[in-house]
Write a protein that binds this ligand. Structure first.
Ligand SMILES: *Cc1c(COP(=O)(O)O)cnc(C)c1O
Length: 368
Protein backbone atom coordinates (compact mmCIF):
# COMPACT_ATOMS: atom_id res chain seq x y z
CA UNK A 1 0.00 0.00 0.00
CA UNK A 2 1.25 3.47 -0.86
CA UNK A 3 0.10 5.27 2.27
CA UNK A 4 -1.27 8.82 2.33
CA UNK A 5 1.15 9.67 5.16
CA UNK A 6 4.17 8.06 6.72
CA UNK A 7 6.18 9.31 9.69
CA UNK A 8 9.89 9.41 8.86
CA UNK A 9 11.84 8.20 11.87
CA UNK A 10 15.59 7.77 11.47
CA UNK A 11 18.60 7.07 13.71
CA UNK A 12 18.61 10.72 14.83
CA UNK A 13 15.08 10.44 16.23
CA UNK A 14 15.81 7.09 17.89
CA UNK A 15 19.00 8.42 19.52
CA UNK A 16 17.28 11.63 20.65
CA UNK A 17 14.36 9.78 22.22
CA UNK A 18 16.69 7.30 23.93
CA UNK A 19 18.71 10.18 25.37
CA UNK A 20 15.51 11.79 26.64
CA UNK A 21 14.40 8.53 28.24
CA UNK A 22 17.78 8.17 29.95
CA UNK A 23 17.91 11.81 31.09
CA UNK A 24 15.77 11.15 34.15
CA UNK A 25 13.27 13.80 33.13
CA UNK A 26 10.24 12.86 31.03
CA UNK A 27 7.75 15.71 31.38
CA UNK A 28 8.25 19.32 30.22
CA UNK A 29 11.85 20.27 30.84
CA UNK A 30 15.01 21.46 29.08
CA UNK A 31 14.32 19.66 25.79
CA UNK A 32 10.93 21.34 25.50
CA UNK A 33 12.62 24.72 26.06
CA UNK A 34 15.25 23.85 23.46
CA UNK A 35 12.59 22.79 20.95
CA UNK A 36 10.68 26.04 21.50
CA UNK A 37 13.82 28.09 20.91
CA UNK A 38 14.80 26.16 17.79
CA UNK A 39 11.26 26.34 16.40
CA UNK A 40 10.97 30.09 17.00
CA UNK A 41 14.33 30.67 15.36
CA UNK A 42 13.50 28.46 12.38
CA UNK A 43 10.29 30.36 11.64
CA UNK A 44 11.49 33.84 12.58
CA UNK A 45 8.99 33.98 15.45
CA UNK A 46 9.58 35.91 18.64
CA UNK A 47 8.02 33.36 21.02
CA UNK A 48 7.11 29.67 20.79
CA UNK A 49 5.15 27.74 23.42
CA UNK A 50 5.08 23.94 23.06
CA UNK A 51 1.86 22.13 23.95
CA UNK A 52 0.35 18.65 23.75
CA UNK A 53 -1.47 18.98 20.38
CA UNK A 54 -2.43 21.34 17.59
CA UNK A 55 -5.94 21.52 19.03
CA UNK A 56 -4.55 22.53 22.42
CA UNK A 57 -2.42 25.16 20.67
CA UNK A 58 -5.55 26.68 19.07
CA UNK A 59 -7.61 26.69 22.27
CA UNK A 60 -4.75 28.17 24.27
CA UNK A 61 -3.91 30.79 21.62
CA UNK A 62 -7.55 31.94 21.48
CA UNK A 63 -7.80 32.12 25.27
CA UNK A 64 -4.41 33.83 25.54
CA UNK A 65 -5.85 36.55 23.28
CA UNK A 66 -8.75 36.91 25.70
CA UNK A 67 -11.30 35.22 23.43
CA UNK A 68 -14.04 33.27 25.20
CA UNK A 69 -17.57 33.52 26.49
CA UNK A 70 -19.92 35.57 24.30
CA UNK A 71 -17.36 36.08 21.52
CA UNK A 72 -17.79 35.05 17.89
CA UNK A 73 -14.96 33.82 15.71
CA UNK A 74 -14.97 33.49 11.90
CA UNK A 75 -13.87 30.03 10.71
CA UNK A 76 -13.94 28.49 7.21
CA UNK A 77 -16.75 25.98 6.60
CA UNK A 78 -14.33 23.63 4.84
CA UNK A 79 -11.63 22.45 7.25
CA UNK A 80 -10.75 19.81 9.80
CA UNK A 81 -13.22 19.94 12.72
CA UNK A 82 -10.46 20.92 15.16
CA UNK A 83 -10.28 24.44 13.67
CA UNK A 84 -13.82 25.19 14.90
CA UNK A 85 -13.93 22.78 17.85
CA UNK A 86 -11.09 24.82 19.37
CA UNK A 87 -13.28 27.94 19.21
CA UNK A 88 -16.05 26.10 21.07
CA UNK A 89 -13.60 24.69 23.61
CA UNK A 90 -12.33 28.21 24.27
CA UNK A 91 -15.93 29.13 25.14
CA UNK A 92 -16.64 31.19 22.01
CA UNK A 93 -18.93 30.55 19.03
CA UNK A 94 -17.69 29.78 15.54
CA UNK A 95 -19.38 31.63 12.68
CA UNK A 96 -18.72 29.95 9.36
CA UNK A 97 -17.58 31.51 6.10
CA UNK A 98 -17.13 30.11 2.60
CA UNK A 99 -13.73 29.34 1.08
CA UNK A 100 -11.91 30.28 -2.10
CA UNK A 101 -12.32 28.11 -5.16
CA UNK A 102 -8.59 27.98 -5.95
CA UNK A 103 -6.90 27.19 -2.63
CA UNK A 104 -9.78 26.34 -0.22
CA UNK A 105 -8.80 29.04 2.29
CA UNK A 106 -11.34 31.30 4.03
CA UNK A 107 -12.84 33.89 1.68
CA UNK A 108 -13.69 37.17 3.38
CA UNK A 109 -12.79 39.53 0.58
CA UNK A 110 -14.30 37.90 -2.52
CA UNK A 111 -17.86 38.88 -1.58
CA UNK A 112 -17.48 41.74 0.89
CA UNK A 113 -21.24 42.11 1.49
CA UNK A 114 -21.44 38.45 2.46
CA UNK A 115 -18.43 38.73 4.78
CA UNK A 116 -19.82 41.90 6.34
CA UNK A 117 -23.04 40.07 7.11
CA UNK A 118 -21.08 37.44 9.08
CA UNK A 119 -19.47 40.11 11.27
CA UNK A 120 -21.52 41.19 14.30
CA UNK A 121 -20.69 43.38 17.31
CA UNK A 122 -19.64 40.14 19.05
CA UNK A 123 -17.09 39.15 16.41
CA UNK A 124 -13.62 39.22 17.94
CA UNK A 125 -11.38 37.13 15.72
CA UNK A 126 -10.73 35.14 12.56
CA UNK A 127 -9.21 31.66 12.51
CA UNK A 128 -7.84 31.36 8.97
CA UNK A 129 -6.75 27.83 8.07
CA UNK A 130 -3.77 27.34 5.75
CA UNK A 131 -5.45 24.27 4.32
CA UNK A 132 -3.39 21.43 2.81
CA UNK A 133 -0.23 23.54 3.24
CA UNK A 134 -1.35 26.43 1.04
CA UNK A 135 -1.13 29.75 2.92
CA UNK A 136 -4.13 32.07 3.16
CA UNK A 137 -3.92 35.47 1.52
CA UNK A 138 -2.61 37.10 4.68
CA UNK A 139 -2.46 40.52 3.02
CA UNK A 140 -6.20 40.52 2.35
CA UNK A 141 -7.07 38.94 5.70
CA UNK A 142 -5.00 41.42 7.70
CA UNK A 143 -6.62 44.28 5.80
CA UNK A 144 -10.09 42.90 6.56
CA UNK A 145 -9.23 42.27 10.22
CA UNK A 146 -7.57 45.62 10.85
CA UNK A 147 -10.47 47.55 9.34
CA UNK A 148 -12.86 45.80 11.75
CA UNK A 149 -10.59 45.55 14.78
CA UNK A 150 -10.52 41.74 14.70
CA UNK A 151 -7.76 39.48 15.97
CA UNK A 152 -6.24 36.74 13.81
CA UNK A 153 -5.25 33.34 15.23
CA UNK A 154 -3.89 31.26 12.36
CA UNK A 155 -4.53 27.54 12.14
CA UNK A 156 -1.17 26.64 10.60
CA UNK A 157 -1.39 22.96 11.61
CA UNK A 158 -0.99 21.90 7.97
CA UNK A 159 1.40 24.65 6.92
CA UNK A 160 4.73 24.08 8.65
CA UNK A 161 7.17 25.99 6.43
CA UNK A 162 4.63 27.64 4.12
CA UNK A 163 4.94 31.34 3.38
CA UNK A 164 2.93 34.23 1.98
CA UNK A 165 4.75 37.00 0.07
CA UNK A 166 8.07 35.70 1.36
CA UNK A 167 6.98 35.81 5.03
CA UNK A 168 7.03 32.43 6.73
CA UNK A 169 3.72 31.53 8.34
CA UNK A 170 4.33 32.03 12.05
CA UNK A 171 6.82 34.89 11.67
CA UNK A 172 4.10 37.46 12.34
CA UNK A 173 1.03 37.53 14.59
CA UNK A 174 -0.10 34.33 16.32
CA UNK A 175 -0.13 30.92 14.61
CA UNK A 176 -0.72 27.36 15.80
CA UNK A 177 1.06 24.26 14.54
CA UNK A 178 0.43 20.53 14.94
CA UNK A 179 2.97 17.73 15.16
CA UNK A 180 0.47 14.88 14.87
CA UNK A 181 1.86 11.74 13.22
CA UNK A 182 0.57 12.60 9.73
CA UNK A 183 1.79 16.20 9.69
CA UNK A 184 4.91 17.48 7.88
CA UNK A 185 6.98 16.87 11.00
CA UNK A 186 5.87 14.93 14.03
CA UNK A 187 6.31 14.44 17.75
CA UNK A 188 3.64 11.71 17.83
CA UNK A 189 1.20 14.15 19.36
CA UNK A 190 2.17 17.76 19.92
CA UNK A 191 1.63 21.37 18.98
CA UNK A 192 3.12 24.86 19.16
CA UNK A 193 1.78 28.36 19.64
CA UNK A 194 4.05 30.94 18.05
CA UNK A 195 3.46 34.64 18.54
CA UNK A 196 5.15 38.00 18.25
CA UNK A 197 3.22 39.20 21.33
CA UNK A 198 5.07 38.64 24.59
CA UNK A 199 1.89 38.96 26.64
CA UNK A 200 0.14 36.25 24.58
CA UNK A 201 3.15 33.95 24.99
CA UNK A 202 3.13 34.49 28.74
CA UNK A 203 -0.60 33.72 28.95
CA UNK A 204 -0.12 30.61 26.80
CA UNK A 205 2.57 29.33 29.19
CA UNK A 206 0.14 29.78 32.08
CA UNK A 207 -2.74 28.16 30.21
CA UNK A 208 -0.82 25.02 29.22
CA UNK A 209 -0.19 24.30 32.88
CA UNK A 210 -3.42 24.42 34.94
CA UNK A 211 -3.61 28.21 34.69
CA UNK A 212 -0.77 28.48 37.19
CA UNK A 213 0.70 31.95 37.20
CA UNK A 214 3.36 30.84 39.64
CA UNK A 215 3.99 27.37 40.97
CA UNK A 216 0.82 25.93 42.51
CA UNK A 217 -1.01 29.26 42.30
CA UNK A 218 -3.91 28.83 39.88
CA UNK A 219 -5.32 32.06 38.50
CA UNK A 220 -7.12 30.86 35.33
CA UNK A 221 -9.23 27.82 34.54
CA UNK A 222 -7.22 25.50 32.35
CA UNK A 223 -5.88 21.96 32.25
CA UNK A 224 -2.70 20.08 31.47
CA UNK A 225 -1.54 20.68 27.89
CA UNK A 226 2.20 20.25 28.41
CA UNK A 227 4.58 18.53 26.00
CA UNK A 228 6.82 15.68 27.11
CA UNK A 229 10.61 15.64 26.84
CA UNK A 230 10.30 12.59 24.59
CA UNK A 231 8.09 14.51 22.16
CA UNK A 232 10.41 17.53 22.22
CA UNK A 233 13.43 15.30 21.50
CA UNK A 234 11.59 13.94 18.46
CA UNK A 235 10.60 17.45 17.39
CA UNK A 236 14.17 18.74 17.56
CA UNK A 237 15.38 15.93 15.32
CA UNK A 238 12.47 16.34 12.90
CA UNK A 239 12.86 20.13 12.66
CA UNK A 240 16.39 19.70 11.26
CA UNK A 241 14.95 17.71 8.36
CA UNK A 242 11.82 19.76 7.74
CA UNK A 243 13.17 22.02 4.96
CA UNK A 244 14.53 19.06 3.01
CA UNK A 245 11.22 17.21 3.39
CA UNK A 246 9.20 20.22 2.28
CA UNK A 247 11.40 20.51 -0.83
CA UNK A 248 10.71 16.84 -1.49
CA UNK A 249 6.95 17.38 -1.15
CA UNK A 250 7.12 20.31 -3.55
CA UNK A 251 9.15 18.30 -6.05
CA UNK A 252 6.72 15.37 -5.82
CA UNK A 253 3.81 17.75 -6.34
CA UNK A 254 5.44 19.36 -9.37
CA UNK A 255 6.13 15.94 -10.87
CA UNK A 256 2.54 14.77 -10.42
CA UNK A 257 0.99 18.04 -11.58
CA UNK A 258 2.91 17.82 -14.86
CA UNK A 259 1.48 14.39 -15.55
CA UNK A 260 -1.99 13.98 -14.12
CA UNK A 261 -4.92 14.21 -16.53
CA UNK A 262 -8.65 14.17 -15.94
CA UNK A 263 -8.37 15.87 -12.56
CA UNK A 264 -7.73 19.47 -11.53
CA UNK A 265 -4.30 19.61 -9.93
CA UNK A 266 -3.69 21.84 -6.87
CA UNK A 267 -2.83 25.45 -7.47
CA UNK A 268 -0.12 27.55 -5.90
CA UNK A 269 -1.01 31.22 -6.00
CA UNK A 270 1.77 33.59 -7.15
CA UNK A 271 2.36 35.01 -3.63
CA UNK A 272 2.24 31.60 -1.97
CA UNK A 273 4.75 28.96 -1.05
CA UNK A 274 2.68 25.79 -0.76
CA UNK A 275 4.19 22.97 1.32
CA UNK A 276 1.75 20.26 0.21
CA UNK A 277 0.88 18.79 3.58
CA UNK A 278 -1.73 17.25 1.29
CA UNK A 279 -1.70 17.03 -2.49
CA UNK A 280 -5.37 17.56 -3.19
CA UNK A 281 -6.85 17.22 -6.64
CA UNK A 282 -10.42 17.89 -7.74
CA UNK A 283 -12.42 15.30 -9.53
CA UNK A 284 -15.34 16.90 -11.34
CA UNK A 285 -18.40 15.12 -12.65
CA UNK A 286 -19.22 13.06 -9.58
CA UNK A 287 -16.35 10.63 -10.19
CA UNK A 288 -14.45 11.32 -6.98
CA UNK A 289 -15.47 8.26 -4.96
CA UNK A 290 -15.04 5.97 -7.94
CA UNK A 291 -11.50 7.28 -8.44
CA UNK A 292 -10.77 6.82 -4.73
CA UNK A 293 -11.97 3.22 -4.87
CA UNK A 294 -10.06 2.52 -8.06
CA UNK A 295 -6.82 3.89 -6.53
CA UNK A 296 -7.36 1.87 -3.36
CA UNK A 297 -7.87 -1.32 -5.34
CA UNK A 298 -4.45 -0.64 -6.88
CA UNK A 299 -2.80 -0.18 -3.48
CA UNK A 300 -2.84 3.61 -3.39
CA UNK A 301 -4.40 5.24 -0.35
CA UNK A 302 -6.36 8.30 -1.52
CA UNK A 303 -8.58 10.14 0.97
CA UNK A 304 -11.19 12.87 0.50
CA UNK A 305 -10.15 15.56 2.97
CA UNK A 306 -12.88 16.65 3.81
CA UNK A 307 -16.07 14.88 2.79
CA UNK A 308 -18.23 16.85 5.19
CA UNK A 309 -18.28 20.61 5.69
CA UNK A 310 -18.52 21.87 9.25
CA UNK A 311 -22.17 22.93 8.84
CA UNK A 312 -22.96 19.33 7.88
CA UNK A 313 -21.35 17.90 11.00
CA UNK A 314 -23.90 16.66 13.56
CA UNK A 315 -22.35 18.72 16.36
CA UNK A 316 -22.59 21.97 14.41
CA UNK A 317 -26.12 21.21 13.26
CA UNK A 318 -27.11 20.54 16.86
CA UNK A 319 -25.61 23.87 17.88
CA UNK A 320 -27.39 25.66 15.05
CA UNK A 321 -24.12 26.74 13.45
CA UNK A 322 -24.87 26.68 9.76
CA UNK A 323 -25.44 28.57 6.57
CA UNK A 324 -25.00 27.92 2.90
CA UNK A 325 -21.46 27.75 1.56
CA UNK A 326 -21.58 26.65 -2.07
CA UNK A 327 -17.83 26.68 -2.78
CA UNK A 328 -17.10 24.65 0.36
CA UNK A 329 -19.94 22.22 -0.41
CA UNK A 330 -18.71 21.58 -3.94
CA UNK A 331 -15.16 21.11 -2.69
CA UNK A 332 -16.33 18.53 -0.15
CA UNK A 333 -17.79 16.50 -3.03
CA UNK A 334 -14.87 16.81 -5.43
CA UNK A 335 -11.59 16.82 -3.49
CA UNK A 336 -9.28 13.85 -3.23
CA UNK A 337 -5.89 13.86 -1.54
CA UNK A 338 -3.19 11.64 -3.04
CA UNK A 339 0.05 10.47 -1.37
CA UNK A 340 2.76 13.16 -1.64
CA UNK A 341 4.98 12.56 1.43
CA UNK A 342 8.79 12.64 1.16
CA UNK A 343 9.18 8.88 1.61
CA UNK A 344 7.58 8.18 -1.79
CA UNK A 345 9.87 6.49 -4.29
CA UNK A 346 9.95 7.47 -7.96
CA UNK A 347 8.17 4.19 -8.66
CA UNK A 348 5.39 5.20 -6.24
CA UNK A 349 4.89 8.51 -8.07
CA UNK A 350 4.79 6.65 -11.37
CA UNK A 351 2.22 4.22 -9.97
CA UNK A 352 0.03 7.10 -8.75
CA UNK A 353 0.19 8.90 -12.11
CA UNK A 354 -0.54 5.70 -14.02
CA UNK A 355 -3.46 4.81 -11.77
CA UNK A 356 -5.05 8.28 -12.04
CA UNK A 357 -4.48 8.61 -15.77
CA UNK A 358 -5.72 5.09 -16.43
CA UNK A 359 -8.81 5.35 -14.25
CA UNK A 360 -11.99 4.42 -16.10
CA UNK A 361 -13.86 6.57 -13.58
CA UNK A 362 -12.39 9.60 -15.32
CA UNK A 363 -13.07 8.67 -18.92
CA UNK A 364 -15.79 10.99 -20.05
CA UNK A 365 -14.88 13.57 -17.41
CA UNK A 366 -13.12 16.62 -18.80
CA UNK A 367 -9.41 16.12 -19.27
CA UNK A 368 -7.09 18.90 -18.25
C1 LIG B 1 -4.16 18.43 12.51
C2 LIG B 1 -4.98 19.66 12.49
C3 LIG B 1 -5.43 20.26 13.67
C4 LIG B 1 -5.31 19.66 15.03
O1 LIG B 1 -4.06 19.21 15.38
P1 LIG B 1 -3.92 18.00 16.43
O2 LIG B 1 -2.45 17.99 16.71
O3 LIG B 1 -4.40 16.77 15.74
O4 LIG B 1 -4.71 18.35 17.61
C5 LIG B 1 -6.13 21.45 13.57
N1 LIG B 1 -6.39 22.02 12.38
C6 LIG B 1 -5.98 21.47 11.22
C7 LIG B 1 -6.28 22.16 9.93
C8 LIG B 1 -5.27 20.26 11.24
O5 LIG B 1 -4.90 19.70 10.09
Amino acid sequence: MIRIAQPLIGDEEEQAVLAALRSGRLAQGPRVAEFEEAFAEHFGARHAVAVSSGTAALVIALQAHGIGDGDEVLVPAFTFAASANAVLLAGARPVLADVREDDYTIDLTGDIARAEAAVTPRTRAIVPVHLFGHPCDMTALRGFAEARDLLIVEDACQAIGASWRGATIGSRGTACFSFYATKSMTTGEGGMVVTDDGRVAEQARILRNQGEETRYVTSLLSGNFRMTEIAAALGLAQLRKLDRWNERRRANAAWLSERLAGVVTPQERPDARHVYQQYTVRVPGGARNALRDSLRSQGIEAIPYYERCLHHQPLYQKLGIGGSFPVAERAAQEVLSLPIHPALAQSDLEAIAAAVNGARALSGASRG
